[in-house]
Design a binder for this molecule. Structure first.
Ligand code: NI
Length: 172
């Protein structure tokens, strides 16, 4: 089931999310709904707080080349456990901040540990777009958005645009 994505600014996007204690049926359903919502948007990552649910859960699939085999990933309680000194800069966007982009510099490679959909602990190294995306999504669980890395003026300009977008949508 597709769910509604919150648009910045929203207090729920600024909250630190709680660890997931165990994988209930509701949480597994939420994870599947998040993937459906993300693919539909379309996007390459989504975090539970973007649906107003303050739990440590993210989904992602950064295989976006035409013809690439999809690789949907569901991560409960994801943590970056190792980050490279090498950095990379991407023009990031966010489904909660539609049509706005900004360059963010992050570690180029990260090792992430998480609990998968089957309840097993997993660990994997990510690079390229996957590394950027997984860090962006984990930031959401700390109440942090990519615009928080931008200069204040640029952040304020984007926030004003989003307020206007929300007013327009509310009128529909
Ligand atoms: Ni985002």
């Amino acid at each position: 089931m597709k769910r509604n994505i919150l648009i910045h600014p929203d207090p729920r996007l600024k909250k630190v999310c709680a660890p997931v204690p165990d994988l209930s049926d509701d949480l597994l359903k939420l994870a599947d709904d998040m993937l459906e919502t993300m693919y539909d948007a379309p996007g390459i990552g989504l975090a539970a707080p973007q649906l107003g649910i303050l739990s440590r859960l993210i989904v992602l699939d950064c295989e976006k080349e035409d013809g690439a085999t999809p690789r949907p990933m569901i991560m409960f309680n994801p943590q970056v456990i190792l980050a490279s000194d090498d950095e990379s800069t991407y023009d990031e966007g966010c489904l909660s901040i539609p049509e706005q982009y900004g360059e963010v510099t992050r570690p180029a490679n990260v090792k992430v540990r998480w609990i998968d959909r089957g309840g097993d602990e997993r660990e994997e190294d990510f690079d390229g777009l996957w590394a950027t995306c997984v860090q962006h999504e984990i930031d959401h669980l700390e109440g942090k958005l990519f615009i928080d890395y931008l200069k204040p003026l640029r952040r304020q300009m984007i926030t004003r645009k989003m307020k206007k977008l929300k007013r327009e949508r509310a009128r529909l």
